[in-house]
Design a protein around this ligand. Sequence first.
Ligand SMILES: Nc1nc2c(ncn2[C@@H]2O[C@H](COP(=O)(O)OP(=O)(O)OP(=O)(O)O)[C@@H](O)[C@H]2O)c(=O)[nH]1
Ligand SMILES: [Mg+2]
Length: 362
Amino acid sequence: MKEQRGKKLQHIALVGNPNSGKSTIFNQLTGLRQKTGNFPGVTVDMKEGHVRFVDRQEVILTDLPGTYSLYPTSSDEKIVAAVLTNPDDAHYPDAVVYVADATHLEKHLLLLTQLLDLNLPVLLALNMLDTAAQIGIKVNAAKLSERLGIPVVQVSGRTGENMPKLLAEMEKLLAVPVQQRKYFYPLTETEKHVAEAVRLNLGISNTYQALLVTHHHSWLPFLSVQHRTTIAAIAQNKGFASLKNQVDETLDRYDRFTPIVQDAVQHPPQFPSTPTDRIDEVVTHRWAGPFLFFAIMLLVFQAIYDWSSVPMDLIESFFSGLNVWLKATLPEHWTTDLLTDGILAGLSGILVFIPQIAILFF
Ligand SMILES: Nc1nc2c(ncn2[C@@H]2O[C@H](COP(=O)(O)OP(=O)(O)OP(=O)(O)O)[C@@H](O)[C@H]2O)c(=O)[nH]1
Ligand SMILES: [Mg+2]
């Protein structure tokens, strides 16, 4: 970690769902060129940059991979869960900027509510302000801020709108210590028992953090073998069903934040659907969806097993032609046999599968 006049620099992390615009905002704030892209999973590792506030205080900004919740399903999502459940991690943030897509807010707040329960200092950056304005979506930031109990800033990573305001809020966030919040998701009795036991055993300060550590004890990299054994014993002893609890917790969180979003977001009377929405309407339709799925599968099989035979036959006939020509041209010798029946035949046997593999990858 870099030091400033002998003082450790504070860390602010950009957290949010995939494709919410974290890397775009990271680039705006740091002046760096982190890769961005209009599909999930563009950032699969952490990237750090430096940001200087108006009072010249410097902080480290971390661009984390996108994740839908702290219940990860892929290795890049696990990075986020592993950092945020371990205050001793070198990347553990002093504050979090939660980036959400203002045009799809109803899908973006699950992870934020988990961060609230970890009692992290967090502010909500409502991104894509430009698109929201274009399609007539208005978000009442003051209402959202009041209901969630955190600062809310409306920004556009693409146009750079309100970036100075975001910087000012980030600075304030670091300056004011966060009070112990009321849990957004009140744990069930079993969860409380398990989490409290794990919390006391491992010396964790936050109950929700202890619950997450319990859920993920089998893979969290910072846990010792002894800790894993202890947690597994506690979970088994209290009849803790990890997967079921994760599902129930997620549904409960949705039930709690959906009314907040509905209250704060105003859609235009005739909500114009985006191209993605129109595609979704067809491909996820009750009848058309399965039909399309089987049609695409059929197309894939047809392409792999039938259409690919054309380039395969071409490759085969090219090599057999070459083989015949070489045998007729070269003198009869074991090196000719090695070249024709050994090397060329072997190559042909491998290359003949390239069309099928290429189609499969496509
Ligand atoms: N219209 C609009 N598009 C934006 C804005 N911010 C980001 N985008 C676009 O949204 C897409 C995703 O942006 P990224 O910055 O790669 O998103 P990310 O959150 O880093 O995504 P992951 O790395 O996959 O988690 C890109 O095509 C951006 O150009 C914005 O304010 N307005
Ligand atoms: Mg990214």
